[in-house]
Design a protein around this ligand. Structure first.
Ligand code: ADP
Length: 261
């Protein structure tokens, strides 16, 4: 666990480093592309045209890559609203049912009657769950069961000690599990690393799970993963719960502010 925690920290700095470099590279590439485009207007001979078009194509490729890296590093600050986890999962269910192969059986278990709420950016949290579902789909090329469920768990000090980055308190836990290929411990150790992928060229960028981790952390949450080769994988996303009572309390307190000061 200690090792896992240290590795987590190392990966986090790697992510920060990657996004820092991407940001600088963006500033480098913009004027390069602009100059290439200006030169294209001036230099009309065949050889210059040819060389400039190579320069243009590759500068654009670089800019695309930078865009991808920056989007995974985003999620530090989003629009915060109170979100009902049940709604988030129902939305996800619709998309999965419409777009995933029929060989994948979807199974959801959410008690919408419970008012389980979290505070966060709905688009980002949707992306978190969608990325996990896409990975689950890719892990089950011959079909299988994709399960999405939510529960309310109180993380106590003993429990928090066992999971890297865990915090004590009431959490909404969304579990996305599959009955797919699973992962060896070597792969499992590296999944949150930016650009780490086992998918064939063009099928994966290796940024899915780094994006997931970035967003979950920026929401004050943490992730736990269980996987067994040949059996499947389970991702548990812990997000701090906003209890219904607390929501009312906060609203009351806020309404007092203007008069009280
Ligand atoms: P990508 O999907 O582009 O490869 P990710 O960061 O989302 O990037 O995932 C990194 C790697 O983690 C994947 O290439 C795969 O090897 C592994 N992985 C992620 N989710 C699962 C899963 N549900 N089952 C098996 N392997 C997985």
């Amino acid at each position: 666990l200690e090792r896992q925690f240290l590795r987590g920290q190392r990966l986090e700095s790697l992510g920060t480093l990657a996004s820092g470099i991407a940001h600088d590279l963006n500033n480098v590439l913009a004027p390069v592309l602009m100059s290439v485009q200006l030169l294209q207007l001036k230099l009309q001979d065949e050889q210059s045209k040819h060389l400039l078009s190579i320069l243009e194509t590759n500068t654009k490729r670089g800019a695309d890559l930078v865009k991808q890296v920056l989007s995974f590093a985003k999620g530090i600050e989003g629009e915060r609203t109170t979100i009902q986890v049940g709604h988030l999962i129902l939305e996800l269910k619709k998309i999965v049912q419409e777009t995933f192969p029929k060989s994948i059986q979807l199974c959801t278990d959410i008690q919408t009657r419970e008012l389980w709420t979290i505070s966060g950016d709905a688009t980002q949290l949707h992306q978190v769950l969608m990325n996990l579902c896409v990975n689950a789909r890719d892990a089950m090329p011959n079909g299988g069961v994709l399960k999405i469920c939510a529960e309310n768990i109180i993380v106590d000090e003993n429990y928090a000690r066992m999971i890297a980055g865990a915090k004590v308190g009431s959490h909404i836990v969304v579990t996305v599990s599959d009955t797919g290929v699973g992962m060896s411990s070597d792969i499992l150790d590296r999944i949150f690393e930016p650009f780490f992928t086992t998918k064939e060229l063009g099928k994966g960028t290796g940024l899915g799970l780094s994006t997931v981790l970035g967003i979950v952390k920026s929401h004050g949450g943490f992730i736990n993963v269980y996987s067994e080769v040949g059996k499947g994988t389970e991702f548990k996303v812990y997000l701090p719960a906003v209890q219904a009572k607390q929501v009312q309390q906060v609203e009351k307190d806020e309404s007092k502010l203007p008069n009280g000061q």
